[in-house]
Design a protein around this ligand. Structure first.
Ligand SMILES: Cc1cc2nc3c(=O)[nH]c(=O)nc-3n(C[C@H](O)[C@H](O)[C@H](O)COP(=O)(O)OP(=O)(O)OC[C@H]3O[C@@H](n4cnc5c(N)ncnc54)[C@H](O)[C@@H]3O)c2cc1C
Length: 391
């Protein structure tokens, strides 16, 4: 019997490691991941300012998988009913149970010029590009064309978790370079608030932290198109820019034709196939849509691992006529946590923390996650890197 885990981000790695401990040793667990590595994506914005952080946030999968087999390959297509994966290199993989954990890609919504002129943030390569372009923009002699006083404007499009954290990081980066006066950082959001899918007390605290760092926030402002120098904002006119970062949304992985299939609380996509994490639009047991996030991906993966282990046990030993009832997934978030430059905002129920307490919590949660997937050295290094930031 074979279980295929497709993708080894938060969902895939958590799932594979849990299955290693819960299904019998003679059940094959095959992890298919195109990079051969696990990227701690929720810290990716940090690598813009601290390229050395790449060592902490990239984990070699061979070091954290125990008995699961790793296949470094690109998934081209999945047939969830037949239980067959097609690889981009040719060839197929059959599975008895499979989990599509391929994450999401950046959505540009066919907005003219946006994909061509803006940089997304999904990989370390993107972080490097954003860093290089930002350093150019800070150097008023080399960039600085967009404002009449010779300063630069850097626009971040989309104020979800990634956009908020990128804007905060860029503001801190400019300050560190003694060039905060050289640049205006503008965060655009088409909805009425920053972090629009999150609780109101969190939104307010995040906005305060961004404003305290002189990030210009323009909510209710949608990007319509872009060219090499300016962004068309529909009825709000045009905005000249020197650098444009796009964090405006996500779409499904190419292997699912760019779709994020909606699944109910068992996360079942086909007979033996589940879809977990950002690749899915999950509606949980309370009928609530689950926000695409690392913390949801990890929780979903734990729930699916339990259900797959029960199905495997039933297939192998069950003399019951009926398949075991799958446990429905209920998303119960303890709260939300983001960094804003060298600060952080933590929301735990009605309580919102900022300052040192939130920052310490952020470092601890990041390290706790890395430890939970077996990356102990990365965890320790992340804590010192995060808490060593204070200047
Ligand atoms: C800058 C930034 C900051 C963020 N901050 C937060 C935060 O503070 N809190 C939070 O909860 N969330 C945050 N997020 C969101 C979070 O990172 C995602 O929700 C999370 O990564 C989703 O996990 P996943 O396992 O579904 O997908 P991913 O982590 O994206 O993993 C998908 C995996 O599949 C692999 N893969 C993809 N396609 C293929 C293919 N065709 N073949 C083989 N392998 C493939 C990828 O290489 C990757 O390893 C942030 C995201 C960004 C970009």
């Amino acid at each position: 019997m074979r279980i295929a885990v497709l993708g080894a981000g938060y969902a895939g790695l958590t799932l594979a490691r849990k299955l290693e401990r819960t299904v019998p040793d003679d059940v094959e667990i095959l992890v298919v991941e195109r990079t051969g590595q696990h990227l701690v994506q929720h810290e990716l914005h940090r690598a813009i300012r601290r390229p050395s952080l790449a060592d902490e946030i990239v984990v070699d999968l061979e070091t954290v998988l125990d008995r699961a087999e790793l296949r470094q390959a690109e998934v081209a297509d999945v047939d969830p009913d037949a239980g067959v994966v097609s690889l981009a290199s040719g060839g197929t993989i059959d599975y008895d149970y499979g989990a599509v954990c391929l994450g999401a890609e950046t959505a540009f919504y066919d907005l003219p010029g946006v994909e061509e002129h803006a940089t997304p943030l999904k990989t370390l390569g993107h972080a490097e590009r954003i860093r290089a372009d930002f350093l150019d923009a800070l150097d008023a002699d080399g960039g600085g064309n967009s404002e009449s006083d010779g300063t630069s404007r850097v626009v971040v499009g989309g104020a979800g978790l990634s956009g908020v954290q990128v804007a905060g990081e860029l503001a801190a980066f400019a300050r560190e370079e003694d060039a905060r006066e050289n640049v205006t950082i503008t965060l655009l959001e088409q909805l009425d608030s920053v972090a629009p899918s999150f609780p109101e007390n969190f939104q307010t605290a995040v906005r305060d932290q961004l404003e305290a760092r002189d990030v210009e926030i323009r909510t209710g402002t949608a990007v319509a198109s872009a060219d090499a120098d300016s962004i068309e904002l529909g009825s709000d006119g045009r905005l000249d820019y020197d650098q444009f970062v796009w964090t405006g949304g996500i779409r499904g992985p190419a292997a699912l034709d760019g779709e994020r299939p909606e699944v109910k609380n068992t996360l079942r996509l086909g007979d033996g196939t589940f879809v977990v994490g950002d690749a899915a639009r999950v509606v949980d047991a309370d009928g609530e849509p689950v926000p695409a996030s690392a913390q949801a991906a990890v929780r979903e993966a734990r729930a699916v691992a339990e259900n797959v282990a029960n199905l495997v046990a039933y297939d192998r030993e069950g003399d019951d006529i009926f398949e075991p009832r799958l446990e429905p997934f209920a998303f119960d978030s303890p709260g939300w946590l983001v960094s804003v430059g060298d600060g952080a905002v933590a929301q735990i129920g009605p309580t919102v923390l900022t300052g040192t307490a939130a920052k310490a919590l952020k470092a601890t949660v990041g390290a706790g996650y890395l430890s939970s997937v077996g990356a102990i050295r990365n965890a320790a290094d992340l804590v010192s890197e995060e808490l060593g930031y204070e200047r």
